[in-house]
Design a protein around this ligand. Structure first.
Ligand code: P53
Length: 477
């Protein structure tokens, strides 16, 4: 009996354009929502669409402008991923490099060239790219002119982006993800879908209308990807983490089920091809009327995803008791504290068994191949004078999660294509905009204020992960 990871398991790491590329105005790139979210207290109201910031303003620091400047360091960085033995590297396309305003008919050649060179560099090191088409980014012009994903016109712009990418990168890329953490639209709608809310607007209505547009856009992307190259594999992407009931009280179990449905709603559509009844009933109750055409419904039905990818950082807890509302800190997904778990320096609770539980829950629900495309520990690192970090805490976190994932495969029989750790090189945090919340195997000399040499150096975890990959997960150190 096979006791380990399957042959060809795709080990690697993940990043997102806006959190690592920098070069926000280089080679014709247009301004995007992800550029104008500063570090500091106002970040959350801005990414939530409650505070309007459509351009750079005096007195703020915008970490995405330079980030770790991977735009100019990609060769060096990919060589380091190659040295660790990565089989895959998950990255995202900055939409506004390809279509700077978003609604042009012709793409920006410079932007296309950049990713072409990057993908070729990956293959040079034996690395299969895994590409997120949109990781939170949306050209600002599409937000100002059309209101972001609330507008049906987005379908056309997104389809053009997809056609351009699938055509140009045919033979270079075969794994695609349509929208990063598609459920983020409910929690951080400006970051997730370019939504800003006007006074008195029915926000739930707007969010679900925008979600519908993204879901149809995702189906169109799947259709077009298969037409252009039957080798293409398209996945959806969920910010996952199973909800536990706070107690054995039935109303807590019911609350957990409701919360899970709020997330699985998206994947129910992308993987099964239709809106679940519970969602239709919820919309009815809330007076939400999502406009959709017969053609939309046919697209959703006919073009479901090939695989299901997700991020996993933590499990979550729900209560049906209105009195119980002590929330965990520092996470866009507020959840009740779980007294049985330790937490990271940012209050994210650590639950490796929760990963096995989540893998099983998703497998039981859909029976489609899965891909863990984000997992990791955001922590404060203290480098020595050579930039070396003894990050045993990160190794511990990853070791336990990889062991849980192995159990899910070997003991439970779930089908898993691969595993990419989040922020394989230190990058800007999406939630807080900080640099000091580090996830990487590679340390980058840059701080929260943007100071530093950008020098890259290997942490202890670099050598550890290299060994994990070399032994296909047999040796977890
Ligand atoms: P940061 C919250 C909860 C779950 C996933 O997050 C999340 C977030 C956003 O804070 O986002 C994903 O950087 C996302 C990445 C992000 C990563 O988790 O806040 O796909 O872009 O960087 C980690 O620590």
């Amino acid at each position: 009996m096979n006791k380990g990871f399957p042959q060809g398991f795709l080990w690697g790491g993940a990043t997102a354009a806006n959190q690592c590329e920098g070069a926000y105005d280089v080679d014709g790139r247009g301004l995007a929502n992800v550029d104008v979210v500063p570090i500091g207290e106002e970040r959350f109201p801005i990414i939530a669409g409650q505070r309007k910031m459509f351009d750079f303003e005096e007195g703020y620091f915008y970490p995405a402008k330079e980030s770790i400047d991977m735009y100019h360091h990609y060769k060096e960085d990919i060589a380091l991923f190659g040295e660790m033995g990565f089989k895959t590297y998950r990255l995202s396309i900055a939409w506004s490099r390809i279509f700077p305003k978003g609604d042009e008919l012709e793409p920006n050649e410079k932007g296309l060239e950049f990713y072409e060179k990057l993908f070729k560099e990956c293959h040079k090191h034996g690395i299969e790219p895994l590409v997120t088409i949109t990781h939170f980014d949306c050209p600002m012009h599409l937000i100002e002119e059309y209101g972001g994903w609330r507008n049906r016109k987005m379908l056309e712009f997104y389809e053009r982006l997809c056609r351009t990418l699938f055509t140009r990168y045919k033979g270079l890329v075969k794994y695609w993800l349509t929208f990063n953490e598609i459920n983020m639209i409910l929690h951080a709608p400006f970051m997730g879908a370019g939504l800003y809310f006007e006074e008195g607007e029915n926000q739930e209505q707007v969010k679900y209308q925008a979600a519908h547009h993204e879901l149809v856009a995702s189906a169109i992307a799947t259709k077009v990807a298969h037409e252009i190259d039957p080798e293409n594999k398209v996945g959806c992407m969920l910010a996952a983490g199973q909800y536990y009931p706070n107690t054995a009280h039935p109303r807590d179990y019911w609350a957990a089920l409701q919360e899970d449905r709020e997330n699985y709603f998206f994947i129910d559509v992308q993987a099964r091809g239709e809106y679940p009844n519970y969602a239709k009933k919820k919309w009815e109750r809330l007076g939400i009327d999502v406009e959709m055409t017969e053609e939309d419904l046919a697209l959703l039905r006919d073009y479901t995803v090939d695989f299901i990818s997700f991020s996993y950082y933590s499990s979550r807890v729900a209560s049906g008791d209105p009195e119980v509302n002590e929330k965990t800190e520092g996470n866009i997904f507020a959840s009740i504290k779980n007294p049985y778990l330790e937490a990271s320096e940012w209050g994210w609770q650590i639950d490796p068994l929760g990963l096995r539980i989540t893998l099983n829950a998703i497998w039981d629900r859909y029976q489609k191949p899965m891909f863990i495309v984000e997992n990791g520990l955001g922590a404060i690192d203290t480098p020595d004078e050579n930039g070396y970090v003894e990050d045993d805490y990160r190794i511990d976190y990853l070791r336990q999660h990889i062991a849980a994932m192995r159990d899910a495969i070997v003991e439970d029989g779930v089908e898993l294509l691969g595993y990419t750790t989040w922020g394989c090189i230190d990058l800007v945090s999406a939630g807080t905009g900080e640099m000091k919340k580090r996830y990487g195997f590679i340390y980058v000399d840059r701080d929260n204020e943007g100071k530093g040499t950008l020098k890259r150096s290997k942490k202890k975890s670099f050598h550890w992960y290299k060994q994990v990959i070399a032994t296909n997960g047999q040796d977890l150190g």
